[in-house]
Design a protein around this ligand. Structure first.
Ligand SMILES: Cc1cc2nc3c(=O)[nH]c(=O)nc-3n(C[C@H](O)[C@H](O)[C@H](O)COP(=O)(O)OP(=O)(O)OC[C@H]3O[C@@H](n4cnc5c(N)ncnc54)[C@H](O)[C@@H]3O)c2cc1C
Length: 393
């Protein structure tokens, strides 16, 4: 009798817990991927978004979901995590890369090396598409609500490890995917011009000397104009945004699971966080639905991969502009750019051995923007030598 009563009580408790909504802070890709999986799994979900809409950190810009870090193609990955393609979605299998000597090299890929999507608070973007899917699955999305605590923390970058300035405009020029690799114009980063289906995005991403982002942006756009003149109309949109990279031991604190850039999930090499955001959001949902440890789940899917990307970044910076030239040349010589890039993502034995050394060399002992806890980061402003820019020529 006692056992029966106890079983019935624990059944009631389980039922009560399941009826309590899971609270997610942040309606970016990571939070919404978690919400979609949880709602489809039959759980009540509340997503609290601090801003009045999704995607307000972006300006309708083109971004890419990279397809080289895993063997699973992006459409299959999205199907597996239960995300439909109700947003702009276009395969990328070509591009033109430029090195610091302005030599253009065309790269081609058999399978797409990524898929372009758009970001922002407007129709056709990934953000609006995910919002619609979360709502259709039954999640409640509450705007203008900033949470201090949540079951899933998906609040975006917590620390400025990288900075990008972007501009978007409408155009009737033909499609282009141009990437400029030059540490002088974009220290530790790169600049890019994407023109696809009548929308242009010019961006400059840097990991040092943040105060001078406007100068880097202006010099980058002037250099791009010299290579290939393109029209910039009067009406454009401009945005600035930080990026957060972070290697961690845990992405949990108490019962809270940290996902996406809130946990520093991002590829160190090119600052690509979308695949990490969608994966970590989905894994957080699975850990709740299946009663599994979130730290175990992300460590096995993302841990080694992110550490390898840190070594890649180290090589990217250490090689200087010569190294970038070599990268551009090898990328253009490869028959399949996706295959070439996935080679960089492989966890080779020497990269595994190099990883602890890179972590030690780059250990930051100054000011840290992360919350107290187990954080690894470094002050890029003080550690990276940045050459003077000079006037625009
Ligand atoms: C200019 C730029 C270009 C990029 N290009 C690419 C690219 O091409 N490919 C790629 O893979 N990645 C790219 N990235 C990185 C990618 O955009 C991010 O990694 C991704 O958006 C992270 O998703 P997220 O859900 O973690 O965070 P976010 O998209 O930042 O979403 C977080 C949300 O949480 C909300 N929020 C914050 N605090 C609270 C709170 N307390 N309560 C409630 N809500 C809160 C915010 O308003 C925001 O809506 C780019 C980043 C930048 C800045």
């Amino acid at each position: 009798m006692d056992v029966l009563l106890r079983n019935s009580q624990s059944y009631q408790n389980d039922k009560m817990t399941q009826m309590q909504p899971i609270r997610i802070a942040g309606a970016g890709p990571s939070g919404l991927a978690a919400a979609i999986a949880l709602a489809k799994g039959g759980r009540a979900v509340e997503v609290h978004e601090a801003k009045p809409d999704v995607g307000t950190r972006f300006i309708g810009d083109l971004q890419v979901i990279e397809a080289a870090s895993e063997s699973e193609p992006i459409p299959i990955f999205l199907d597996r995590i239960g995300i439909a393609r109700n947003f702009y979605f276009r395969a990328a299998d070509w591009a033109t890369f430029y090195d610091h000597r302005r030599i253009a090299r065309v790269i081609r890929s058999g399978e797409p090396y990524g898929w372009f999507i758009r970001r922002g608070a407007e129709e056709g973007t990934l953000d609006r598409g995910l919002l619609a899917q979360a709502r259709a699955a039954g999640a409640k999305v509450i705007f203008g609500s900033r949470l201090q605590t949540a079951d899933i923390v998906a609040t975006g970058p917590a620390s400025p490890d990288g900075l990008a300035r972007e501009m978007t405009w409408h155009t009737d020029e033909r499609d282009r995917i141009d990437v400029y690799f030059d540490h002088k114009l974009s220290p530790g980063g790169y600049s890019y011009l994407f023109i696809l289906d009548g929308l242009a995005t010019f961006g400059c991403a840097i990991v040092a000397d943040f105060k001078r982002i406007d100068e880097y942006f202006d010099h980058s756009i002037a250099a791009a104009q010299q290579l290939h003149r393109f029209n910039i109309p009067q009406e454009t949109r401009t945005g600035y945004s930080y990026m957060n990279f972070h290697l961690k031991q845990r992405a949990t604190s108490g019962d809270a699971r940290f996902v996406g850039e809130a946990a520093g999930f991002q590829d160190y090499l090119f600052g690509l966080g979308l695949r990490y955001a969608l994966t970590s959001g989905h894994l957080a949902a699975r850990s709740i639905l299946e009663g599994r440890d979130f730290d175990d789940l992300w460590r096995s899917e993302l841990g080694a991969k992110q550490e390898t990307s840190l070594v890649n970044r180290f090589l990217y910076e250490m090689g200087g502009n010569r190294g970038l030239s070599m990268f551009v040349r090898s990328a253009s010589r490869a028959r399949d750019f996706r295959g070439y890039l996935s080679g960089w993502h492989q966890r080779r034995w020497w990269k595994a051995m190099l990883a602890p050394m890179v972590r030690r060399v780059w250990k930051h002992d100054g000011r840290c923007h992360h919350k107290p806890g187990e954080h690894w980061c470094r002050s890029r402003d003080t550690e990276m030598k940045v050459p003077p820019l000079g006037p625009i020529v």
